[in-house]
Design a protein around this ligand. Structure first.
Ligand SMILES: Cc1cc2nc3c(=O)[nH]c(=O)nc-3n(C[C@H](O)[C@H](O)[C@H](O)COP(=O)(O)OP(=O)(O)OC[C@H]3O[C@@H](n4cnc5c(N)ncnc54)[C@H](O)[C@@H]3O)c2cc1C
Length: 410
């Protein structure tokens, strides 16, 4: 059987893998994406009912890669975020007006809409071959090249393989790259709510001892129904019970926690439950192999940063590979992978530690802890530079930004 060659092989066509393929194709690299699942199955509503908060910097990259229409059509700008300890009146308020008036803090998009738009772009891009569904039976990496064989006998080869195969990355495991990991005693219940009053583009994050309860503004439906995504963290042991509640009982429980600022609420999508954990690979590469996205790291969704971290990996890796190719370097050379890792590891580790700290801080039970948290929120709220520093991190604007995150193709 003939061997198909490309500049880069990507294993995993999830949100991160497909975005990377587009970013590399825009630099004239030839890319082969090998995805295990049938892409149509990934577009079914039951596959992933989540919505993601896309930070302003990663939003600029997706727009410049051809998804601007999607943001206009389906995106909902987050103009302010209100953080409180339970229903306490002391709060922390982040407002987009404070930094760049023209740019919101982020944009909410349904994952399904994002997947659909990415797949359309990937299929339309002549430099990308999407091979799916595909079962990998062997991966060989040596000093000459990296080669992948599929169960149907097809063979692919390139100087480098990028593993974008998610948190249980088989490529990472085969390479013997260990991960630091722990589980939280928590699960996220995710669903969509309709509500009587408009959200005014404000997201709320209310902290309870079992974990954060987040209401994230979504675009109104065509009939004018106001909507918000809900990410409700419950103790792991309670998740099955919550999932058994009918839509009305679940909406009533949600209303108890969020109060009535959005008027009457109702569930408009099935709920799904996700176990929560943190993992970080001890290194991001091995011979002719580089990790991105959840294959390299995964965090608590408390600040909606997991996908954004993966997309920031994409921007840095695309830039690193582009510069390497300009000076004729072997794309699979260890130096190239090391430059990418140096660029990304500190940011990923800092976000992982910050979200872990937040998740634990807000989980401490008792009145003294609650009083300390509430004062802390109020203090940060009254110190504009501190507030702006938090906002810069949430927007993904901290550190050296690769061109894609500035909205440039490079
Ligand atoms: C409840 C919850 C809410 C979240 N909210 C947010 C948010 O608001 N903002 C945010 O930034 N992040 C959020 N995240 C995190 C975000 O969802 C993930 O970080 C992101 O989806 C990871 O994308 P990925 O492409 O790296 O991995 P995945 O989505 O896991 O994709 C991996 C792909 O690889 C394929 N694959 C796996 N193995 C193989 C193989 N052997 N061969 C070929 N293909 C393979 C899979 O089929 C899949 O398509 C949230 C997470 C949770 C749990």
């Amino acid at each position: 059987m003939t061997q198909q060659t490309a500049d880069i092989l990507i294993v995993g066509g999830g949100l991160v893998g497909q975005t990377l393929a587009l970013a590399l194709a825009a630099q004239d690299f030839s890319v082969i994406v090998i995805e295990r699942a049938d892409p149509q199955a990934h577009l079914a509503p039951a596959f992933d009912g989540r919505a993601s908060a896309i930070a302003s910097s990663t939003g600029r990259m997706l727009r410049v890669l051809g998804l601007a229409d999607l943001f206009e059509r389906e995106g909902c700008a987050i103009r302010a975020i209100r953080v409180t300890d339970g229903l306490s009146p002391l709060h922390l308020h982040f407002d987009s007006e404070e930094a760049t008036p023209a740019e919101p803090l982020g944009t909410m998009l349904e994952n399904r809409a994002l997947r659909t738009a990415l797949l359309e772009r990937v299929r339309a891009q002549p430099n990308i071959a999407l091979v799916a569904p595909a079962e990998i039976v062997s991966v060989v990496r040596d000093s000459v090249s990296a080669r992948i064989t599929l169960a149907d006998g097809r063979l692919f080869s390139a100087p480098v393989i990028i593993a974008a195969d998610g948190r249980r990355s088989a490529l990472r495991e085969q390479a013997g790259i260990r991960i630091a990991q722990w589980r939280y005693d928590a699960a996220a219940i995710v669903t969509m709510l309709s509500h009587e009053l408009p959200h005014d583009h404000v997201a709320s994050e209310l902290f309870y001892p079992a974990g954060p309860f987040a209401q994230l503004p979504m675009r109104d439906l065509a009939d004018g129904t106001h909507r918000s995504a809900l990410v409700w963290t419950v103790r792991a042991a309670d998740a099955a019970g919550v999932m058994q509640l009918g839509p009305r009982a679940l909406a009533a429980e949600a209303e108890k926690r969020m109060g009535s600022f959005l008027g009457r609420i109702a569930l408009i999508a099935p709920a799904a439950s996700y176990p929560l954990g943190l993992h970080h690979a001890e290194r991001y590469s091995s011979q002719r192999l580089i990790l991105v996205g959840d294959a390299a790291h995964g965090i608590h969704p408390i600040a909606g940063q997991g996908l954004n971290m993966g997309l920031r990996d994409v921007a840095a890796l695309a830039q690193t590979l582009t510069e390497a190719s300009r000076i004729g370097e072997d794309l699979g050379a260890p130096d190239v992978a090391e430059r990418y890792e140096r660029w990304r590891r500190a940011d990923n580790a800092a976000v992982a530690i910050a979200t872990d700290g937040l998740a634990r801080l807000f989980a401490v039970p008792g009145k003294p802890a609650a009083a300390l948290r509430r004062t802390g929120l109020a203090v940060v709220n009254h110190i504009p530079p501190l507030r702006r520093a938090f906002m810069a991190v949430a927007r993904g604007e901290a550190g050296t930004l690769p061109p894609l995150l500035r909205g440039e193709l490079g």
